[in-house]
Write a protein that binds this ligand. Structure first.
Ligand SMILES: Cc1cc2nc3c(=O)[nH]c(=O)nc-3n(C[C@H](O)[C@H](O)[C@H](O)COP(=O)(O)OP(=O)(O)OC[C@H]3O[C@@H](n4cnc5c(N)ncnc54)[C@H](O)[C@@H]3O)c2cc1C
Length: 295
């Protein structure tokens, strides 16, 4: 069964996001994380695409290894940043030659210090343009990003929703959300999307919190809302116990999403599987992500 077939079948998918490390120590951590994740019977693993530099090539290598050596379906992220159409065409060919079937098509962020994204002169200015190119030039299954609490640059949630509709119209087949902690915002977005004719399976991006001080950074980088009850929950006990309370909060968040018909849970694992593995086990103990149902 392909990823799109799984998503359309209505059984929630389980996935993990990793990034290609910059140094040998990072690769050691990544391989032990992959060992842990491979025991979790996930539906797919995705690998991010760097803002520039040498790790970009590693994205293709890593997704190929995950698929070829571990036998786990994988998905490469790909951004428009710094690439011409021809370069993007070459990357798509390498992915297909490596047996990869899935790509998450993104615009990418402006470079640090710039407030506006500047496209390559022969490249793409929006994820929707990249999606259209991928659809016309490959057989890859295409995912895209969405922002239940609005993308930082968007003038309004309605404008952002209209551009998500454009991504669907250009060929995106599913969408993964930016991290969020308030499910009500997700459900509001989902209802509005349905009202606009957006029928993409919407997968929830979940970030297990490891430290209270991370929250300010999440807010700064992604614009996500930090609900006061999350801060209270994390602070309710000793500092040494914050990781456990982060696992507990994310377990409750995921359980509520699964009860409310979410298309999938995608863990922002940051190359460390410990918390997301524990959340997955908690959810399995509550009857979700049954291993026997996986194909
Ligand atoms: C699940 C997920 C995975 C990610 N993985 C990576 C990664 O691997 N590497 C990386 O560098 N970044 C990654 N990002 C971050 C992403 O690149 C940034 O959030 C980026 O700023 C926007 O990308 P996008 O694909 O949503 O862009 P777009 O859909 O192009 O949207 C960007 C902004 O432009 C607006 N917009 C969209 N289309 C148009 C249009 N036609 N005309 C005018 N305005 C428009 C939107 O409202 C939004 O404000 C990821 C984000 C998510 C949610």
């Amino acid at each position: 069964m392909t990823l799109i077939e799984k998503l359309r079948a209505g059984t929630p998918t389980l996935s993990f996001e990793l990034f290609p490390p910059k140094n040998p120590a990072g690769w050691g951590t990544l391989y032990s994380t992959l060992g842990e994740i491979s025991k979790l019977a996930s539906d797919y693993i995705s690998v991010t695409y760097g803002a520039g530099g040498t790790t970009r090539q590693k994205t293709v290598e890593l997704v190929a290894r995950i698929q070829g050596e571990l036998g786990i379906e994988s998905m490469a992220h790909l951004t428009c940043v710094g690439h011409s159409r021809d370069e993007i065409g070459d990357i798509l060919s390498s992915l297909e030659k490596s047996g990869i079937q899935n790509v998450l098509a993104l615009r990418g962020d402006p470079p640090k210090g710039d407030s506006r994204f500047k496209p390559h002169p022969d490249g793409f200015g929006h994820a929707s343009d990249l999606i259209s190119f991928i659809r016309q030039n490959s057989n890859l299954q295409i995912g895209c990003a969405f922002y239940p609490e609005k993308h930082m640059e968007a003038a309004s949630l309605d404008q952002d929703l209209a551009f998500l509709k454009l991504k669907q119209d250009q060929g995106a087949q599913f969408a993964i959300s930016q991290l969020f902690f308030d499910n009500e915002n997700f459900y509001r977005f989902r209802d509005k999307a349905a009202g606009l004719g957006i029928h993409l399976p919407l997968v929830a991006g979940i970030m297990p919190v490891l430290e209270v001080k991370q929250l300010d950074r999440f807010k700064e980088l992604s614009g996500c809302v930090i609900p006061p009850r999350l801060v209270e929950f994390l602070n309710n006990g000793s500092e040494a116990d914050v990781v456990n309370r982060g696992v507990e909060f994310a377990t409750m968040q995921c359980e509520d999403l699964l009860k409310n018909g979410i298309a999938g849970i995608h863990f922002y694992s940051l190359n460390r599987a410990h918390s997301s593995a524990r959340i997955t086990e908690n959810l399995r103990a509550r009857g979700y992500f049954s291993v026997s149902k996986k194909t």
